[in-house]
Structures are given as structure tokens and as C-alpha cells.
Design a protein around this ligand. Structure first.
Ligand code: ADP
Ligand code: SF4
Length: 690
């Protein structure tokens, strides 16, 4: 059972006219589904409620076509026709006794209105803050009246849709009230500009309007960025943030506070390793208001959560990512099942899904986003379909997840691993600077596997095809992973780079294994994700002079989606890594590399002693191919199914390997024709919910 110290997390709390059943609060978070996939989203939110989150909120929900954030897929409550889709969510949340919250948004000058083609609006005229050649116009008094009406109407619709909590949103730099608060955007000279009180006026009016319209049945929540990292004109927790909270202290029913912009609010573990990293910025809020306060900080440990409440920092523990990684976190804490929690690793593959407008996904929790379309539950899985035993070869992320889920289904599982340790690439990658929390992917699965009596773990067992046939275990899943290439082949080079043998070459696997480089090291990063940048960082920390060459205009460009790109580039510059952008490695020559401009092809030489091409990987599928090419051998060994998963099928990100392992376990008994036919359920526009 849970420790009495933690009971505080399970006490109900009043939020205006409604009562949250406990202190677990899923703050609004986006998901790449939004208004386009309401059934999937309702199932996802319902799962959080089933898992014990006392409050479950939407993502930002646009209140009007002049707040059209497309192509991003957020929620919409433009008119009454949006109500039925939102009702799916409130029903799903209420089914488990939780409260449903809606974050109403007008995106102000953050909305390019690409679909609606309405000219963007803001407190003052200026360039929109997204990368579009557009300017906003300054709102006049009629616009302000309209905005208040749209917000009020949206609150009434939200009430009709069944929401218990309605937000006024001034966070992340993404919303109109925030633009009014900010000296960066608000240069007005009327009563809505100038002093902090004037700049707070619109927000006050929106909260008052909402209270008057729906305050009888709904709690009105203020989501406020109390500290910004936007340079000299920022709202800070020492000055304007404090003043704004004081001015509004008794108005909303709940303060939901955080830092801005989004990359600082949802900082990855690489750049904010500590749980509760927002506490220094928001600790003051409770001193200025008698209303309850919720805040975030990638909380995953029960002690940290309970301590936030006990020390009077927060009244409710807010969470987006930990609730994605483990929708059942509250239920597990409630029953003292601490080791069963899938702790968020802080990698932000979830934010990448939203940024890419793809179904929400999570590295730790492969069922996230699959609740409706595949019917996957994070805690329940179909019992086994046969008595067959299963051999899983390779204990990297794919093999670990597959073995665990097969064991959960009741199969007898043998997990064979060539090395002395479980973990595969997780071990290597989590040892890189800033990535230690990634070991949680292994810790969770290893702990669970060791508890299952139907799993046999065979370490230091490198199997070849003959071994597998001799074992004769009827179901075989191969998860033997991949190796980084040593020939520079990747996105830019489809053939090996000439002159490979001229210089010392280390693959990323070599660097991660600690093989020594010598002299000036050049990392050639054509991979676009985190590895090139973090290897450069690791090599500098080992004492090398490092140059990072990339054909792209930024280092680690894909990490824009994980909200890390700017931080990675800044860190490398601060560490003294020379960045050579828009250049590719054409060939290696004695003493250096010949670089070519990615645009003109113009060449130059760069001195180099050791180079590290981070370009592509080769699937380690010899075992799989050997078995596949031997149907008679498989038949005589009694092997009835063979499947390759994860990086040995096609190298990808960690989230893809874990997903592949999970999927293979779920599909072990499925007819291949069915798998093909029923890839997943789709939400068709022709099957509208209204
Ligand atoms: P993935 O991301 O697909 O899980 P990894 O490369 O992380 O792949 O893990 C693959 C694991 O498989 C490694 O731990 C590796 O040692 C192991 N492995 C590779 N070949 C064999 C083999 N023939 N027998 C057993 N284990 C193997
Ligand atoms: Fe946490 Fe990564 Fe999952 Fe996001 S994707 S919830 S950061 S583990």
C-alpha cells in the first residue's frame, strides 16, 4: 500500500463550484490530433481519467477563425458544431469521475490564419511571431469587444459540451491575453497598454466574463506564464509576473502557472535534468493568492509531488509528459505500486508529434495515441492465443518491450542477449551527456521482466541460425538492432565517401564505446536528430578540439520538434565547438577532409585527424535473413513464425523500436492478412460526429 506521507495527494480540492477528486492534474497539452481526430483524442483523455488523473484538460482550443493556427492540429470551438466532438472527451473523462478542463485560446499574432485568411490581430501592429510573411493589425475597441464576445460564447459552448473547468490562457507567448501582457507586443497608449494594470485589463475582463457566463457550474482557471525567457522585456517572477498575480489574485478559481516559451516550459531532461525545475519561478504565486495553484515540472516521483503540496508550493501537481508516459501514474501511486510507473525520460518525442501534426506518441509508452485507433490499453493486453513458447533475440528496446508484453500475455518467453547486459542502444545513448534519464527505458522493463516467472533471460548468448533451429522454440522474434555506418552513406551520400581509409575514422558506436579519438575531431552530422550534436559535446568534454560539419543550416535540425535545437546549438557554441554549416564532406584526404558547399559545390579543405560520420545505420539482420532463407530448416525445427522488429528491421528512433516490440507482442497470434487489412481505425471526414 502507499505510504501515509503521500495521502495528501489523494485529498479532494475545491476549484470554484467543482471539486477535483485528488491532486493529480493533467494540464492542457497538445497532441497532433486536435479537431481532426476527436475520437482518438477522447479515448486518450479518457484513459488518463481511468488512470486516476483527477482533472484532465484539452489542448489549446481555438475560439474563433481569427485564431486559426493551422496547419497545426489543435482543438476548435468556433461554433456550436464543434460541441459534439468535445462532448466525446468530457463523457470519456466523466465516466471515471474526473473533471474535464478546456483551454480556450485566441492565438493573437501567433495565428497566421492560413486557412481562414483573416488578417491576424494583436495589441499593436507588427510582424506575426511565426515564420510567415504576415503582419498583424492593431485591435481597435470594436475588435476588443468582439474578442470578449467570442471568448464568452466559447465558454458557454464549453459549458454545453460538459466541461467543468474553463481557461483563460495567457501562456507560452502563444495567446492574445499574453500578447497584451507583454511589453514586447503591446505598445498601446490607451487603457489596454502602458502600465501592468492596463496590460492586464483584457485578461481580467476575459476571466470576469467567463465567471459571469459559466461560473455557476464551471471553475474558471487562469493559465499564466509567470516568468518568461524572452530577453530584456520579459515578464519575470521577480517583477511583472508578481505584479500580474497580485492584480488578479482573487479573480480566477485556480492559477495554472508556468514559464514561457514552450521550449522552457517543456524543457527536455538534457537541458533541465531535475524534477520540479519550474519551482524557483513559480514558488511565489501561493504567497499572493488564496486560490489554489497548479504547476508543472516533469514530476515523476511521489515524494517530489507530495513535497510540493506539503511545502505550500502547489495545491495540485500538474503534469503533461508524466501523464503521457504513464496515464496510470496516480492509480499506481495510490496502491503503492511505485516500481510499476513508466517514468517520463524527458526526450520530447511527444512534442515532436504535435509539431509534426502526427498522432501523439511517446518513447516510454507505446500505447499513447493508440487507445482508439488500435484499441491498445496501457495496462491491459489480450491473453495469449496459444501455448507456444517464444524466443526473443536481442535485449535492446525492441526486444525488451516485446518480451515484456509477451510475458504479460502469458507466453513462456526466452530473451537471449549477446552481451552481459540488458539494454542494447539504451545503455550507450543514456551514457551520453545529459541523457542519463533515458536509462529509465531499461530500468522499467528490466524490473518488470525480472518479476515475471514466465520469462527466462539468457545473457551472453549470441545466437546464430543453427542455435535458433536447435532450440526449436516455435515462435521467433529477432531484435538484433543496428550499427552505425563507417562509410559516410546517408542522406547526402548514397555511395561511400572516397578516401575513407586516409584518416582515423570512428563510428558513433565507437565513440559511445569509449574508443579514443586523436587530435582534431570532425563530426560530420547528416543524421539530423540529436546524436551528431551530443557526440560533439561528448568529444569536447573528453578534451578534443571538435568541429561539427553538417550540410544543414542548423545543427541537429530535427530537434526543432523536440524543442531543443536552439539550446543544442547554443551549448555547442559555448563549449567551443566550431560549427561548419551548409557544408558536406566530399572526400577524406591525408591530413583532412574536403568539404563542399551544399548549395554551390565550391570546395575547401578542413584539417582533421579523426572523423566521425553520423550518417546512417545498417540493420544487423544477418540472423533474421539466414533463418528466413531456410524454410525447410524452420519447418523441421518446428518454428512456425519468424519476425524481425526494431532497428534490425529498419533503424529508427528509440520510440519506434519500443513501439515495434509492443506491436509484435500484440500481433503474435494475429492472421497476417488481418494485420494488413486493419492497420488501424481511421477518422473519416464523412463520418462526422455531429
Ligand atoms: P533495437 O533498438 O532494435 O532494440 P539495439 O541495437 O538496441 O536494437 O539492441 C539489439 C540487441 O541485440 C543488442 O543488445 C545486441 O547485443 C543484441 N544482439 C545482436 N545480435 C544478437 C544475437 N545474434 N543474439 C543475441 N543477441 C543479439
Ligand atoms: Fe516523456 Fe519522452 Fe514520453 Fe514525452 S515522449 S512523455 S518526454 S518519455
Amino acid at each position: 500500500m502507499r505510504q501515509p506521507d503521500h495521502d495528501i495527494l489523494f485529498q479532494p480540492i475545491q476549484i470554484g463550484p467543482v471539486t477535483a477528486p485528488n491532486r493529480f492534474y493533467q494540464v492542457p497539452h497538445c497532441n497532433g490530433m486536435g479537431h481532426a481526430r476527436p475520437r482518438a483524442l477522447a479515448a486518450l483523455r479518457g484513459m488518463k481519467a481511468e488512470g486516476g488523473w483527477g482533472v484532465v484538460c484539452t489542448e489549446e482550443v481555438e475560439i474563433h477563425p481569427s485564431s486559426d493556427i493551422s496547419p497545426f492540429l489543435e482543438g476548435r470551438i468556433w461554433d456550436d458544431r464543434d460541441i459534439p466532438a468535445l462532448r466525446l472527451m468530457t463523457d470519456a473523462v466523466h465516466a471515471h469521475g474526473s473533471l474535464a478542463g478546456i483551454q480556450l485560446v485566441h492565438n493573437g499574432l501567433h495565428a497566421p490564419n492560413l486557412n481562414s485568411r483573416i488578417v491576424p490581430m494583436g495589441p499593436s501592429a507588427g510582424v506575426v511571431d511565426t515564420l510567415h510573411p504576415l503582419q498583424s493589425r492593431a485591435m481597435d475597441k470594436a475588435d476588443l469587444r468582439n474578442l470578449r464576445k467570442w471568448h464568452r460564447d466559447a465558454a458557454l459552448r464549453a459549458q454545453k459540451a460538459g466541461f467543468d473547468l474553463v481557461y483563460a490562457y495567457a501562456g507560452h507567448g502563444y495567446s492574445m491575453p499574453h500578447h497584451f501582457l507583454s511589453r514586447r507586443f503591446n505598445q498601446r497608449t490607451d487603457e489596454y497598454g502602458g502600465s501592468v494594470a492596463n496590460r492586464t485589463r483584457l485578461l481580467r475582463e476575459l476571466i470576469m466574463d467567463a465567471k459571469e457566463a459559466v461560473g455557476d457550474t464551471c471553475g474558471v482557471v487562469l493559465r499564466l506564464a509567470v516568468h518568461e525567457f524572452f530577453g530584456p522585456d520579459s515578464i519575470t517572477c521577480e517583477e511583472e509576473g508578481r505584479e500580474i498575480v497580485s492584480l488578479l489574485a482573487d479573480l480566477p478559481d485556480l492559477f495554472d502557472v508556468n514559464v514561457a516559451g514552450w521550449p522552457m516550459d517543456s524543457s527536455t531532461a538534457r537541458f533541465a535534468p531535475d524534477e520540479g525545475y519550474q519551482e524557483p519561478y513559480m514558488a511565489f504565486v501561493k504567497q499572493l493568492t488564496r486560490k489554489p495553484v497548479v504547476g508543472v515540472g516533469r514530476f515523476t516521483s511521489v515524494d517530489a509531488m507530495a513535497s510540493q503540496i506539503r511545502r505550500g508550493i502547489l495545491d495540485l501537481v500538474g503534469s503533461a509528459r508524466p501523464s503521457i508516459a504513464d496515464p496510470f501514474l496516480p492509480k499506481k501511486l495510490e496502491t503503492g505500486r511505485y516500481d510499476d510507473i513508466r517514468e517520463c525520460i524527458g526526450c520530447n518525442i511527444c512534442t515532436a508529434s504535435d509539431d509534426l501534426m502526427a498522432n501523439l506518441r511517446c518513447t516510454q509508452n507505446p500505447t499513447m495515441g493508440e487507445e482508439w485507433r488500435r484499441g491498445w490499453h496501457p495496462e491491459r493486453i489480450e491473453p495469449r492465443g496459444s501455448e507456444d513458447a517464444v524466443l526473443v533475440i536481442g535485449a535492446g528496446p525492441a526486444g525488451l518491450e516485446c518480451a515484456l508484453q509477451l510475458a504479460n500475455r502469458g507466453y513462456d518467453v526466452t530473451l537471449a542477449e549477446a552481451t552481459r547486459k540488458l539494454g542494447g542502444r539504451i545503455l550507450a545513448e543514456s551514457a551520453l551527456p545529459g541523457l542519463s534519464s533515458w536509462i529509465r527505458l531499461l530500468d522499467y522493463r528490466a524490473t518488470q521482466l525480472r518479476r515475471r516467472s514466465n520469462v527466462r533471460i539468457a545473457l551472453e548468448n549470441r545466437l546464430n541460425a543453427a542455435d535458433v533451429l536447435e532450440l526449436g522454440i516455435p515462435r521467433v522474434i529477432v531484435a538484433t538492432g543496428s550499427r552505425w555506418r563507417a562509410d559516410g552513406v546517408g542522406r547526402t551520400h548514397r555511395k561511400p565517401v572516397p578516401g575513407l581509409a586516409t584518416l582515423q575514422l570512428l563510428t558513433p558506436d565507437d565513440v559511445m564505446a569509449g574508443v579514443s579519438a586523436h587530435g582534431h575531431v570532425v563530426v560530420f552530422d547528416d543524421d539530423v536528430y540529436f546524436l551528431g550534436g551530443v557526440l560533439a559535446e561528448a568529444l569536447v568534454r573528453r578534451g578534443h578540439v571538435v568541429t561539427l560539419v553538417t550540410p544543414h543550416a542548423q545543427v541537429s535540425p530535427w530537434t526543432e520538434h523536440t524543442l531543443e535545437q536552439g539550446k543544442i546549438q547554443a551549448r555547442l557554441l559555448e563549449l567551443g565547438v566550431e560549427l561548419v554549416l551548409n557544408q558536406t564532406v566530399q572526400e577524406a584526404v591525408p591530413g583532412g577532409l574536403v568539404l563542399a558547399c551544399a548549395f554551390t559545390g565550391r570546395t575547401r579543405e578542413l584539417a582533421c585527424d579523426t572523423w566521425v560520420p553520423v550518417t546512417g545505420r545498417i540493420a544487423q539482420d544477418t540472423l533474421f535473413q539466414g533463418l528466413k532463407d531456410d524454410p525447410p530448416g524452420l519447418a523441421s525445427a518446428g518454428i512456425t513464425s519468424l519476425r524481425a522488429i526494431g532497428d534490425c528491421w529498419a533503424p529508427g528512433i528509440l520510440a519506434a523500436a519500443i513501439y515495434a516490440g509492443h506491436q509484435a507482442a500484440r500481433e503474435l497470434d494475429a492472421d497476417p492478412a488481418d494485420i494488413e487489412a486493419q492497420l488501424f481505425r481511421r477518422e473519416l471526414p464523412s463520418e462526422a460526429v455531429w
